[in-house]
Design a protein around this ligand. Structure first.
Ligand code: 1GP
Length: 248
């Protein structure tokens, strides 16, 4: 069976770009998780990311198990911390917050997590995670105790992206922060996609299918939505985003 990374690369090659839906399992009761995953199954979403920065209840692993049970697409851990590792994922974005200078999130959590990843037999996809200033302090910025990159500094972004490439990472994740006022600007995406060889995932603050299409035109290989696709009309919205990302 081919790996999740191969699957993602095939999606990108065949559709031009992939559309990922982030499900933050925090405090989702009353069938919300089931309905979200059902909508994923019924629209052309390419994979689910599950994870988050902060949990206000203790049902994370239970809800992830439910996501995995229902989902017909790969379920990938988008970890906020090492304690989110578990058996109900097809892969983990094995991330390092390369935009920051906090050793805990550069290498500390990874060292603690690595033996668990091996024991669980999880596919680890090495990902350079770059946090940008999306306007307002994001939960990631606060909890990781790192400084985000300024949106107007393409040169800094490219230097970080090249470092990720030379370190052997497989993907670059450009993050504006969940619910960001401003999503990652096209200028940053196009600078990175022309100067760095890694496939680019863009997430944070993307509010419309048109905005998502703009990220793909600028060079994103994958677009992520979370907040906007957790609204009531999620099925129709997921399909519109999928169409936009797939260039339909
Ligand atoms: C994933 O944080 C994003 O990187 C999700 O952001 O919730 O703003 O879509 P939104």
């Amino acid at each position: 069976m081919s790996s999740v990374l191969e699957y993602l690369m095939n999606v990108r090659d065949e559709k031009g770009a992939g559309y990922l839906v982030l499900i933050d399992p925090d405090r989702k009761n009353d069938g919300i998780v089931e309905r979200l995953v059902q909508s994923v199954n019924e629209s052309e979403v390419d994979a689910i990311l599950a994870g988050g920065s902060l949990f206000m209840d203790g049902k994370f692993h239970e809800r992830v198990a439910l996501i995995k049970e229902i989902s017909q697409v790969p379920v990938i851990l988008f970890p906020g911390a090492v304690n989110q590792l578990g058996p109900h994922f097809d892969a983990v974005l094995f991330m390092s917050i390369i935009s920051g200078r906090n050793p805990t999130y550069l290498i500390g959590e990874q060292v603690i997590g690595a033996p668990i990843v091996r024991d669980l037999g999880l596919e680890a996809i090495a990902t350079g995670y770059m946090l940008f200033d999306g306007g307002g302090k994001s939960t990631v910025e606060f909890l990781s105790n790192t400084q985000p990159l300024p949106m107007e500094r393409s040169d800094l972004a490219v230097a970080h992206g090249l470092a990720a490439q030379y370190l052997g990472m497989k993907l670059l994740y450009l993050e504006a922060g969940s619910g960001a006022v401003r999503s990652i600007p096209e200028k940053i995406i196009s600078a990175l996609s022309s100067e760095v060889e890694l496939p680019i995932i863009v997430g944070g603050g993307i509010k419309s299918p048109e905005e998502a299409a703009g990220k793909v035109e600028a060079g994103a290989s994958f677009v992520v939505t979370g907040t906007v696709t957790e609204t009531d009309d999620h099925k129709a919205l997921m399909q519109s985003f999928a169409d936009a990302v797939h260039g339909k």
